[in-house]
Design a protein. Structure first.
Length: 318
């Protein structure tokens, strides 16, 4: 059994060595690591070639910049493994990442293997995130948790999937956010055996300026998230799966907050989503699944004028 580890990379000279140092010493001949340098303008590719000399399992490719989906698809094209694992070049893995993955794959032979992840910051702060899933996860549970957006998230770093399931699936190169979520939710109904390891094997770096965290990309992220979560919710409901609209509502709230802070409230889309939030407000307020901060934010976004919300938001942020 061969495991293919695909690492898309773009301008990560500051981080990719740390990623390699956490991953490569663990591996043996049952693994291959494929790095796709997506047109980096720094020394990322040179660092990859340096590590290649020490670790035969590593092969790096340089291509013109096409976005992370393009890099992921190129990695899939090159992969030869029975299973595909994903690591982002600015993240790190635990010391037992490889052993626990390979032991689980050999023993269980799942379609999808998942494990817990943690968040970490450059200044040393760390935060564990546990999904609290059973070891054997049913398809019904997977789909419900994806619709909820909590226990199972649309992120590939803590997932390993059979390569055959990618035969007719590609990452959407027309979007530059949530491309991983679109693939995992699209594959969910095809997964028959799902296993979850209750250990943190992956550490997800939180840094200023990354695509998922920059203020400039937040509105774009909302727009993509609103469409994908609504499409999934509608599709799964039609197919008879038990689902919730919580993940979609999360993006409704984030969209209203972002547009309000940007002063873009005079649009039909803003009016539509504010109406949607008001229609769901009672359910949110009386639900045990929403925290008090989220309930307060929903109430403010639904009721108070935009200028007052901005003033309150800025006061709290101080």
């Amino acid at each position: 059994m061969l495991l293919s580890v695909i690492i898309p990379a773009y301008n990560l000279e500051k981080y990719i060595g740390l990623c390699f140092d956490s991953l490569l010493p663990q591996l043996d001949k049952r693994a291959e690591v494929i790095v796709i340098d997506d047109g980096s303008t720094d020394h990322t590719y040179e660092i990859c070639k340096t590590y290649e000399k020490k670790y035969p399992v590593l092969t790096s490719y340089h291509k013109s910049n096409g976005g992370v989906s393009s890099a992921r698809n190129y990695g899939l094209y090159k992969a030869q493994g029975d299973y595909i694992a994903w690591v982002d070049g600015d993240d790190v893995v635990s010391d037992d990442w490889y052993k626990k993955i390979m032991d689980s794959l050999k023993r269980e032979k799942p379609d999808l293997l998942m494990f817990d992840l943690g968040l970490f910051w450059d200044k040393g702060k760390r935060k564990a995130e546990h999904a609290n899933l059973p070891f054997h996860v049913s398809k019904e549970t997977l789909i419900f948790e994806l619709s909820k957006g909590e226990g199972v998230k649309g992120f590939w770093g803590n997932k390993v999937l059979k390569r055959t399931l990618f035969q007719n699936v590609k990452f959407d190169e027309s979007i530059s956010a949530m491309e991983d979520y679109k693939v995992i939710t699209g594959l969910a109904e095809d997964l028959d055996k799902i296993v979850a390891i209750p250990d943190i094997l992956y550490w997800y770096r939180q840094r200023d300026g990354s695509l998922t965290r920059s203020k400039e990309s937040e509105l774009y992220l909302c727009e993509i998230g609103l469409k994908l979560t609504k499409d999934n919710w509608d599709r799964w409901q039609r197919a008879g799966w038990k689902v919730t609209n919580k993940n979609w509502l999360y993006f409704v709230i984030l969209y209203l907050q972002t547009t309000t802070l940007l002063g873009k409230t005079e649009t039909s889309e803003y009016t539509k989503y504010k109406r949607e939030l008001k229609g769901n407000l009672r359910g949110i307020i009386f639900s045990h699944e929403w925290g008090y901060k989220a309930k307060l934010k929903c109430g403010l976004l639904s009721i108070v004028p935009a200028a007052l919300f901005v003033a309150i938001y800025n006061l709290i942020k101080k």
